[in-house]
Design a protein around this ligand. Structure first.
Ligand SMILES: Nc1ncnc2c1ncn2[C@@H]1O[C@H](COP(=O)(O)OP(=O)(O)OP(=O)(O)O)[C@@H](O)[C@H]1O
Length: 294
């Protein structure tokens, strides 16, 4: 595995009875990149994330991260190696403050045990203060500084999503797995979240792998995109490459043949602009409004 690769998925196959959710899927995530896995409903995106985070064990294939094989490893061990997952509907504790929710994510980094902390030993107090300062910094990074003591249940939906992202980063991961980070958000919140993901990559230095349905957002945010359809990898490349790929366009259009009397090429071009189409600068390929710049 090259030094520039943080994660290598190789020939991963997942089956549920007669359904092949993932069929020998391979791709590599480059260090410091934002990499998206996309695909129509049922393509295998969630199954892929569940393999990466240790929830599912594939029947074949390997997942290499930082020189380790992740297949067969328990989720908490994978997390402890620096792979943090957010937005999988893991509820935040609504009656606890932003601070408390973020501090929980740091427990595995805490050296002083509960007994030392309970006895208020000086070393434990110092360590807790250091963690608290770092977590405050992360909260500030996501504009949650003035929400520090507010119970999460009182925050807006967009703010709660930011707390989830901050909580995943509070674990100081090297690789962040994001499950549909902008699901349920309005246009404005989605683009604010996209900018924050990019800033986390640029300023905290974390590599990001995400699954997402919001195509203009993916196309503007990701450096590289892997496309799944019916469990198979059908494309892998830059946003511009995959959005021009006829097989990707067909998968999103849901048709193998042109349905009108237009040529296949024209049909593809139209499908591209209406479905997967957005250029990497966030402009729709059909010229309609899509996106602010991330
Ligand atoms: N626990 C399970 N038991 C049985 N079949 C499953 C299970 N999980 C996923 N599948 C099947 O595996 C295939 C891939 O599903 P998966 O949820 O991974 O796709 P997805 O791309 O995440 O879909 P969506 O975008 O709708 O969330 C589907 O046919 C799905 O019905």
């Amino acid at each position: 595995m090259s030094e520039d690769t943080i994660l290598r998925v190789d020939g991963v196959t997942v089956r549920f009875g007669g359904v092949t959710a993932l069929d020998a899927v391979s791709f590599e995530v480059a260090k410091g990149s934002v990499h998206a896995v996309i695909g129509p409903n049922g393509a295998g995106k969630s199954s892929c994330f569940n393999v990466l985070s240790g929830v599912y064990r594939p029947v074949a294939g390997s997942v290499r991260y930082a020189g380790r094989e992740l297949v067969g490893m328990a989720p908490h061990r994978i997390a402890a190696l620096g792979v943090s997952r957010a937005f999988q509907n893991l509820a935040l504790a609504g009656d606890q403050s932003v601070a408390e929710n973020l501090m929980v994510a740091r427990h595995h980094l805490t050296r002083a045990g509960f007994v030392a902390t309970g006895l208020r030993l000086r070393s434990a107090r110092n360590e807790e203060r250091r963690h608290r300062e770092r977590v405050r910094e992360i909260a500030g990074f996501f504009d949650l500084g003035d929400r520090w003591d507010v119970p999460v249940g009182l925050l807006s939906y967009g703010e709660r999503k930011r707390v989830e992202l901050a909580r995943a980063l509070a674990a100081e991961p090297e690789l962040l797995l994001l499950d549909e980070p902008v699901a349920g958000m309005n246009h404005h919140e989605s683009w604010a979240m996209a900018r924050q993901i990019r800033r986390a990559r640029d300023e905290i230095g974390v590599s990001v792998l995400l699954i997402e349905h919001d195509m203009p957002m993916v196309m503007a945010l990701a450096d590289r995109v892997t496309v799944l359809d019916f469990g198979r990898r059908i494309a892998d490349g830059t946003p511009a490459e995959v959005s021009a790929d006829p097989e990707v366009i067909r998968a999103y259009l849901g048709a193998d043949e042109p349905t009108s009397d237009t040529t296949a090429g024209d049909d593809s071009a139209n499908a591209g602009s209406g479905t997967v189409g957005a250029t990497t600068d966030g402009t729709a390929t059909d010229g309609t409004t899509t996106a602010e710049h991330v």
